[in-house]
Design a protein around this ligand. Structure first.
Ligand code: TXA
Ligand code: MG
Length: 331
């Protein structure tokens, strides 16, 4: 399959992307978090193509993208007041809500479970595409399964060129890590994946937010395979180290079996690049860090680094989502 490159800035390209999707095709498109791999959400066959293109296990459910809360209501069994409050505060934006599904949402999308994840993305190109299609789009991150999520059209192409119909290029993503996933479970809201909408911001609106799946949820009820340890992993071995131990950890990796090429991902400019390592610095503010993180991991991978030392980031709430992705990358 030839993968077409389309530009989000050209109206006729957005229309072409919509046409490909309406014909049952697969199109990667920008959102404010990461690029998504879109297919018609209410067409089980189209949605199935996503799993094949990504090499994604069938038991990992997909997020359904809609322009606004009005369309989300049509995909769920009930739209509680708390969902309305959250949507008013954070949509369009980087928040995904998990709710009991409506019966017509295909099993391919929900992985056979009783819930569906819905989100209204804020990126203007995602909004334009959703309006042009006129139907909800299932879209996981547009990477090969297990790889780092793409934050540019180039990243999406690197993983999926030849496997999907088109990529709609809307430039780099502003947020840079995946949306916050919040399950509106009967026992109270639960954070299934931290993201740009912080737990504090959610709690201010809905009260205390527990972390992780409820106990006894069972594999089909609320699996969030994004919570699995290795989900956001680059191909390299990743070690987290406090600032004072970055140099020592780099030395240990450099001297390790096979003498790997070592990358060092630093937070701000307090720590010197360890001798013999490829150093990359990310900004010491949580949004700037998140925006640049996945591109940095891909760059170090492209430089041939098979081992990475990552300087630990601060421990406060504003860094929760970044800490989550780093600890998953480290396994
Ligand atoms: O920012 C994002 O959320 C991006 C953009 C493209 O919107 N999408 C994304 O999709 O990160 P994906 O598939 O890579 O991650 C979706 C996460 C997974 O951890 C999945 O298991 C979880 O959401 N999820 C989806 N549906 C669910 C459901 N019904 N119940 C629990 N978790 C669900
Ligand atoms: Mg993903």
């Amino acid at each position: 399959m030839r993968t077409r490159r389309l530009s989000a800035g050209r109206q006729q390209d957005v229309a072409e992307a919509a046409r490909l999707l309406l014909a049952g095709g697969l199109v990667a498109f920008p959102t404010e978090t990461v690029y998504g791999l879109g297919a018609l959400a209410l067409d089980g066959l189209a949605a199935r193509g996503i799993f094949a293109a990504k090499g994604r296990p069938r038991n990992n459910p997909l997020i359904v993208h809609v322009p606004s809360a009005a369309e989300a209501r049509g995909l769920v069994a009930a739209w509680p007041e708390v969902a309305e409050r959250l949507a008013r505060a954070f949509w369009p934006g980087p928040l995904t809500l998990v709710l009991p599904r409506a019966p017509h949402v295909p099993d391919e999308v929900t992985a056979g479970g009783g819930t569906v994840a819905v989100r209204a993305p804020g990126h203007p190109a995602a909004q334009a595409l959703l309006h042009a299609v006129g139907a909800p789009l299932a879209a996981p991150s547009a990477n090969r399964s297990e790889h780092v999520s793409p934050t540019s059209a180039e990243h999406a192409l690197k993983d999926l060129d030849g496997r999907i119909d088109a990529v709609l290029d809307g430039g780099p993503c502003a947020v840079g890590i995946e949306s916050t996933v919040l399950a509106l479970a009967p026992g109270g809201p639960r954070l299934l994946r931290p993201g740009a909408v912080s737990r504090e911001a959610l709690a201010a609106l809905v009260g205390p937010v527990a972390l992780g799946s409820p106990p006894h949820a069972g594999p089909a009820a609320l699996p969030s395979p994004g919570m699995l340890a290795r989900h956001y992993a680059p191909a390299a071995v990743v070690r987290l180290a406090p600032a004072a131990l970055v140099a020592e950890e780099a030395r240990a990796l450099l001297a390790g079996p096979g003498r790997p090429s070592v990358g060092a991902l630093l937070c701000g400019d307090g720590v010197p690049v360890p001798a013999g390592a490829h150093g990359l610095r990310l900004p010491r503010d949580p949004s700037g860090y998140a925006r640049a993180l996945y591109a940095a991991l891909r760059d170090l991978e492209d430089l041939g680094c098979s081992a990475l030392v990552v300087e630990e980031v601060p421990g406060d709430g504003a860094w929760e989502a970044v800490r989550d992705r780093l600890s998953r990358a480290a396994g």
